[in-house]
Design a protein around this ligand. Structure first.
Ligand SMILES: NC(=O)c1ccc[n+]([C@@H]2O[C@H](COP(=O)([O-])OP(=O)(O)OC[C@H]3O[C@@H](n4cnc5c(N)ncnc54)[C@H](OP(=O)(O)O)[C@@H]3O)[C@@H](O)[C@H]2O)c1
Length: 334
């Protein structure tokens, strides 16, 4: 009988309890590809799952981990063969089926992306769901007319929740693409980190956090990537330049949207929804090749830190409180 090590969540007395366990391979879910997992990651949603929030997991015992990277061990699909380097983000893996906080994962071949040469498993997880989301946001802004035009003030792009996972990758990407990036953060002590990623200016999170009192404010942003939602997103809508767009990615500051339709009607602005979870495979592959081309991979060293699987449960409340900087890579074998 073959076993593998996994972080397993149990529901006990109404609480979600994590335990590192040895799991029989026969318990892996159905799927045509079995992957030997090397690295996973900690995303905001992993934090919610580990803390039992949002009723994202309906069946326990459960193996969380919405991202993983590794090597194909067994494949019943013609698309992959043993030894192929692969990774996975989203598709509700780690939520409605077992995920990447385990030495083995079994999934449908359609969920896997072949890892491009030049991108290590560790780098793929330093990017992960958060980085894919940032890239999808940038692509959506570009489709709606955003261009760098030499990083002039007229092309200032705002990133909210800038020191988090989505935010850090968005700052690095947009700056590498030539935009003047303004990083909104509640952690001014991370100035050096954010300017190191290419932010030209920091904006206090509080400056965007109040419910807007008027429908139109001074036009400032040529585009925005918003990981925060709530009053912050509502405020951004009032400050977008004529015909500019904001890509709404997250809800770290709230899921409501106390906004007015006036900026849509008088400034022709766009509110672009970003979903990385069920995003079609062709669009993901295109986004990953953009990431491999446009994200300075060297910056992933600054953005990410590696932690052993055993440390993940204690980091979960911290990511939900906005205390994690950049990306956490999980060393599944560690
Ligand atoms: N749409 C999708 O497909 C998709 C994919 C991935 C993530 N998301 C969502 O995007 C958001 C960010 O995910 P992540 O993995 O980057 O999480 P994260 O690393 O925790 O980043 C969130 C950042 O938001 C800021 N923040 C936290 N609490 C806040 C509050 N109460 N008010 C204002 N700002 C706050 C913090 O940045 P500062 O310290 O710099 O202020 C924090 O680092 C989450 O809501 C997540 O669910 C969506």
């Amino acid at each position: 009988m073959s076993t593998f090590r996994a972080l397993v969540l149990h529901e006990e007395g109404g609480r979600v309890v994590p335990r590192l366990e040895s799991v029989d391979e026969a318990r892996l879910p159905a799927g045509d590809v079995t992957v030997a997992v090397e690295y996973s990651a900690l995303n905001y949603k992993d934090g919610m799952i580990l803390e039992g929030q949002g009723r994202l997991v309906r069946q326990y015992p459960h193996v969380p981990g919405i991202d993983f990277a590794g090597t194909v061990e067994r494949s019943d699909s013609p698309e992959f063969k043993p030894g192929d380097p692969v990774f996975l983000t989203g598709w509700r893996v780690g939520e409605v089926r077992w995920g990447g906080y385990a030495e083995k994962a079994r999934v449908p071949a359609a969920f896997l992306v072949r890892r491009p040469a030049g991108l290590s498993a560790r780098q793929a997880m330093a990017i992960g769901t958060a980085g894919l989301t940032a890239m999808l946001a940038v692509i959506a802004l570009e489709r709606h007319g955003l261009t760098p035009a030499g990083g002039a003030v007229a092309n200032e792009v705002l990133v909210t929740g800038a020191a988090g996972g989505v935010g850090s990758i968005a700052v690095a990407l947009l700056s590498a693409l030539g935009y003047r990036v303004v990083a909104a953060t509640g952690r001014p002590e991370l100035r050096e980190y954010l300017t190191g990623l290419g932010a030209a200016e920091l904006l206090e999170r509080a400056a965007l956090a109040e419910k807007p009192t008027r429908p139109l404010d001074r036009e400032r942003w040529a585009g925005a990537v918003d990981a925060v939602g709530g009053n912050t997103l509502a405020t951004v809508l009032t400050q977008l330049r004529y015909r500019a767009s904001v890509a709404a990615c997250g809800l770290a500051g709230g899921s409501d949207l106390p906004a007015s339709v006036i900026p849509f009607l008088l400034r022709g602005i766009n509110l672009l929804g970003i979903d990385s979870v069920m995003c079609p495979k062709a669009e993901r592959i295109a986004a990953w090749s953009r990431l491999a081309r446009d994200l300075p991979l060297g910056q992933l060293e600054q953005i990410s830190q590696l932690v052993p699987l055993a440390e993940v449960p204690q980091l979960a409340p911290r990511i939900l409180k906005g205390e994690v900087r950049g990306r956490i890579i999980v060393n599944v074998a560690g």
